[in-house]
Design a protein around this ligand. Structure first.
Ligand SMILES: Cc1cc2nc3c(=O)[nH]c(=O)nc-3n(C[C@H](O)[C@H](O)[C@H](O)COP(=O)(O)OP(=O)(O)OC[C@H]3O[C@@H](n4cnc5c(N)ncnc54)[C@H](O)[C@@H]3O)c2cc1C
Length: 381
């Protein structure tokens, strides 16, 4: 099918990246309908790690993951040139550190798995790891180092993708979508809570953890549920005179014994993460649990964290899919509704590829990407 006007529901990284790729595919009238503000959900508060290590043995997912990473590398050059927004793309070493048997085994296993997938990595002794990053505590006994996991500021990436799309015909409409307009498996737009309708020849559902609500409109269960995640941002008081630069470690560090990450990012303070809480609904309040959960784990990685001030604390919701994989593609039994949901803890990473696949499907009915591993068609009853 071809569509001259496309309505994208949701102004997160998935919706905005879809708008971007739709404009690239030649659609000159895209309306992003967002009830809050762009990147107000997880897309504005993620850790922003782009990793080809999906943690899944699903061969289909691994291929998609690498393809999206390649698109990110292109966007890192293209988007800042077009929009003037630097979204902080950066590549620093990633150290998965072990203290005792559990963590060391897990880091070694991680390295073996990645090598089996044809990806690269290096084993370092504790001493060698401390040469890479002098933040690491003497207690770290060994680490797997990789150098292929960039970071971005996902809020700026979302803004920049939207900005590029806005230059060629995309607009944002503030409003809460409460249903689909149309009948017989064909939509003519979306209905808003104020009674209005936004008309379109095609509709894309990109509502993050709220996408399950669209299942009611579509007539099938779209099993995406919220998983709460919190991050802390830190600052070392004694480096104040030198500014943020001295607050930033030369590598990202991950505690493989207990979990917990110290994440270095180019455009923000150092990030400490992250919690993963299921079953707390749509609660987005930062909680003391995050301090209790995160701080001991990251302090073990780097003693200096005990001297740091926590300057910011965010909480948001990952869109968690029932079977662990995103739902992307044409909605079963619908002519012109498309789904881009359930990207869980990797939505920033997958956003460019998802945007491209959906844009391909909307404009030509097919995609040159083999997306069968994440095809929403698997939900067809
Ligand atoms: C702590 C944490 C760390 C993370 N770290 C990473 C990471 O390192 N790398 C990575 O790739 N991913 C990471 N993620 C996951 C990533 O943030 C998400 O997968 C991604 O942001 C999801 O994007 P989205 O556009 O699907 O959803 P969202 O960002 O939630 O956007 C959905 C939008 O839809 C809007 N909306 C919903 N319902 C309606 C409606 N009815 N009408 C109109 N608008 C509506 C919402 O207001 C919202 O703005 C992390 C997540 C968390 C919580």
């Amino acid at each position: 099918m071809s569509a001259s006007r496309v309505v994208v529901v949701g102004g997160g990284v998935i919706g905005c990246m879809t708008a971007f790729y739709l404009t690239r595919a030649g659609v000159r009238d895209v309306v992003v309908v967002e009830r809050d503000h762009v990147a107000s959900g997880a897309s504005g508060f993620s850790a922003g790690i782009l990793t080809p290590y999906s943690g899944s043995n699903d061969a289909g997912l691994l291929g998609l993951s690498a393809a999206s990473l390649a698109l990110h590398a292109e966007l890192a050059k293209e988007l800042p040139e077009v929009t003037g927004i630097d979204h902080g793309y950066d590549l620093k070493p990633y150290l998965r550190c072990g203290f005792g048997e559990v963590g060391l085994d897990s880091a070694r296993q991680f390295l073996a798995d990645r090598r089996a997938e044809g990806l690269d990595g290096e084993w370092l002794s504790g001493e060698e790891a401390r040469e890479v990053c002098d933040w690491l505590s003497a207690e770290v006994a060994g680490a797997c180092m990789t150098s292929v996991e960039p970071t971005v500021d996902s809020r700026l990436l979302t803004r920049s993708a939207l900005g590029a799309a806005e230059m060629v015909g995309t607009s944002v409409q503030v409003g809460e979508v409460v249903g689909l307009a149309g009948s017989g498996g064909t939509v003519t737009g979306v209905e808003l809570s104020d009674g209005g309708v936004v008309e379109g020849d095609a509709v894309v559902i990109a509502m993050g953890p709220w996408s399950n609500m669209a299942g009611e409109w579509l007539g099938f269960d779209l099993p995406v549920h919220p998983q709460k995640g919190e991050l802390l941002y830190m600052h070392l008081p004694e480096s104040d005179a030198g500014g943020v630069e001295q607050d930033r470690p030369s590598a990202t560090m991950h505690n493989m014994d207990e979990g917990g990450v110290i994440l270095t990012r180019r455009l923000s303070r150092t990030v400490l993460g992250a919690t993963k809480e299921d079953g707390v609904g749509y609660d987005r309040e930062p909680s003391s649990y995050a301090w209790e959960f995160i701080l001991p784990k990251v302090q073990r990685l780097a003693d200096r964290i005990s001297k740091a001030d926590v300057t910011d604390h965010t909480a948001c919701l990952r869109p968690m899919p029932a079977d662990g994989k995103p739902y992307v593609g044409k909605a079963p039994s619908w002519e012109n509704v498309f789904v881009a949901a359930g990207h869980w803890s990797e939505g920033v990473h997958y956003a460019p590829l998802t945007g491209k696949i959906v844009a391909d499907l909307v404009t030509s009915g097919e995609s040159d990407v083999d997306y069968s591993a994440i095809d929403v068609a698997r939900l067809a009853v």
